[in-house]
Design a binder for this molecule. Sequence first.
Ligand SMILES: NC(=O)N[C@@H](CC(=O)O)C(=O)O
Ligand SMILES: [Zn+2]
Ligand SMILES: [Zn+2]
Length: 346
Amino acid sequence: MTRTLTIRRPDDWHLHLRDDAMLRAVLPETSRDFARAIIMPNLVPPVVTSSDAVAYRDRIMDALPQGADFKPLMTLYLTEDTDPADVRAAAQSGLITAIKLYPAGATTNSASGVSNFDKVRPVLETMAEIGLPLCFHGEVTDPTVDIFDREAVFLETKLDPIRRATPGLKVTLEHITTKDGIDYVAGASGEIAGTITTHHLMINRNHLLAGGIRPHYYCLPVVKRATHQEALRKAATSGNPRFFLGTDSAPHLDGAKESACGCAGCFTATNTMACLAHVFEEENALDKLEAFTSLNGPAHYGLPVNDATLTLTKGDTPTPYPSHIDTPDGRVTVFDPGHPLMWRVT
Ligand SMILES: NC(=O)N[C@@H](CC(=O)O)C(=O)O
Ligand SMILES: [Zn+2]
Ligand SMILES: [Zn+2]
């Protein structure tokens, strides 16, 4: 039996495109299905100033396939030296959609992030004043905190105090991986939302670690136990406007992941919509897919929803998708949920 589902064209509210050859290889995987994406600024060196963002946006537009209908929504990487006046000008000109805060050392290319949160207070206050959202990688970096607890501890010791100290600051808690994060976002007062990745809806730490370590399932924040995965699935499929898709599709060359010290990141751009249709059908919530991928994000960011549509079809045979994409420097493995996907974008 064939089934079809037509939704407004989706957006990806958390995406890593990298640069140069990798950018050219991965961008078509996103621009095929997605109308817009919030582009993460964790390049080496990072996208810190408005002129960095202009140059990066131009490189992305230059790498777009002919005829693609895709708009990159740029961000700046918050450092302790970020100039509030530059942030204000970048926001007011429409160049940037958000500022990204990486606690220093929390994840891939986060060395220039924030250690002393007092130093970024003037920027946060400017953001609250002009309504510019802060996207937060929500993990503490204290080496004494267990890596599976770093998101929960962050909520209490960083996020909540910062939000209390900066009333009116609009926050996106990025890539939520715990029930704690879901409960915080669902219950908090003020303007807050959370993104959820494709892969955190499909795998838990057993998939990563039981029966062998699977480096292509390693990302940050690391996948948690099944009860947390369950909370993420319930939140994503609930229709609650505070939760929406941020794939966190984060390509690394296979050699960098299949290594004695492998990089964090899952590359899901290629098959995200097929994966999500699978999850939402399992949760009997296909009618909520559009809210998650196409409606709730624009509402949080104060942007219009897309006019174009995307149609998904469920066939009788597994959906073909490549196991990897090629770049001039090597392969990038595409996320494998571990079972066939029957939905496809048509
Ligand atoms: N999510 C990841 O595991 N990796 C991201 C960084 C990030 O989003 O934290 C990356 O840039 O590779
Ligand atoms: Zn992150
Ligand atoms: Zn990310």
